[in-house]
Write a protein that binds this ligand. Structure first.
Ligand code: NAP
Ligand code: GLV
Length: 308
């Protein structure tokens, strides 16, 4: 029986070592070496190879290397094969670091000071306390909850929005379409940590921006296709939003000449908010293989109907 890994090779080499130590009965292959395709029971990929059902007739489980699965065409994976997304502490810790950095940078006006420095301008702005800056996180899943937990400790009034009702100590919780307006109206800094699904595609639009308080900041850490890019430029140029921090874009890498590159009120990073860490992710995958073998529920099992 074998495990096929198709993603970043340095992480793959570490997974191979950990599998050899922890699951020596599983032959570990790193793409493009696939061994005997009939022996492949487990596949882990950021983007799976084409025709996986025909190529790997005995496949039992597909793992996403990332927390999201929107990069998969789930219709190409036979319905009887469970798809499991990545839930591992290293990926969560990275997201908490990045979201905290971005929220604090927005709160303390770092984008404005970066522009002022280039203009050789020494111009202090009023310093607001955390208690007067309201943070809203779209998505209260693994990432959203961990981020809210950390931000609350700074004294920011924090709220989260999800599809179903949640309760989190010290967090104002909103759910569904009916809760979205009130959630947005109290969010000075809006962080997107939603999965990309047919319901959430394009959610960061003019209609949503207009429901935020004037001068709000957008931080998109979900997927590029959550955002309507033209609507963002209009909202920034019309001064309804004061800044945007974007880790993800519709087309990655962002094309040459795209208006986001030079926009003074946009901060870009190249989809690095968080990255699956080799050791902790291998542990998470090995644990799910054990669970699968023992007939226990797996952690991060994707609901194909919901799309996340
Ligand atoms: P998750 O645990 O599945 O959480 C998703 C959250 O979004 C849940 O709270 C869910 O609501 C909510 N949601 C989904 N559809 C919704 C809708 N239509 N309306 C309202 N709320 C909705 O996912 P996660 O592990 O936190 O990851 C979230 C996303 O972060 C990933 O899918 C990926 O796109 C992104 N991500 C980005 C990076 C990066 O480096 N930029 C790294 C990791 C992850 P319920 O709780 O009610 O189900
Ligand atoms: C990264 O974007 C992930 O989904 O883990």
């Amino acid at each position: 029986m074998s495990f096929l890994y198709k993603s970043e090779p340095v992480r793959g080499a570490r997974w191979a070592e950990l599998f050899a130590a922890r699951a020596p009965d599983i032959d570990f292959h790193i793409w493009p070496s696939i061994g005997d395709p009939a022996k492949v029971r487990y596949l882990a990929a950021w983007q799976p190879p084409e025709n996986i059902a025909e190529t790997f007739p005995n496949l039992e489980l597909v793992f996403s290397i990332g927390a999201g699965v929107d990069q998969f065409d789930l219709s190409q994976i036979p319905a009887h094969i469970p798809v499991v997304r990545m839930i591992e502490p290293g990926l969560v810790a990275g997201m908490v670091e990045y979201a905290t950095l971005a929220v604090l940078a927005a709160h303390r006006d770092w984008l404005t000071y970066a522009v002022q420095q280039r203009e050789e301008r020494w111009q202090p702005m009023p310093v607001r306390t955390a208690g007067t800056r309201r943070i809203g996180v779209l998505g209260m899943g693994t990432m959203g909850q961990a981020v809210l937990d950390k931000l609350r400790d700074f004294g920011f009034p924090c709220a989260g929005w999800s599809r179903t009702e949640h309760r989190l100590p010290g967090i104002e919780c909103f759910a569904g379409e009916q809760g979205l307006g009130d959630f947005l109206a109290r969010s000075d800094i809006l962080v997107c940590l939603l999965p990309l699904t047919p319901e959430t595609r394009g959610i960061l639009s003019r209609k949503l921006f207009l429901q935020l308080p004037p001068g709000a900041v957008l931080i998109n850490l979900g997927r590029g296709d959550h955002l309507n890019e033209d609507d963002l430029l209009d909202a920034l140029d019309g001064d309804h939003l004061s800044a945007a921090m974007l880790d993800v874009c519709s087309i990655e890498p962002l094309p040459e000449g795209h208006p986001f590159w030079q926009h003074p009120r946009i901060m870009l990073t190249p989809h690095i908010a968080s990255v699956t860490q080799p050791d902790t992710s291998a542990e998470a995958v090995l644990d799910n293989i054990r669970r699968h073998r023992e007939g226990l529920p797996m952690v991060g099992l994707v609901d194909r109907v919901r799309g996340y």
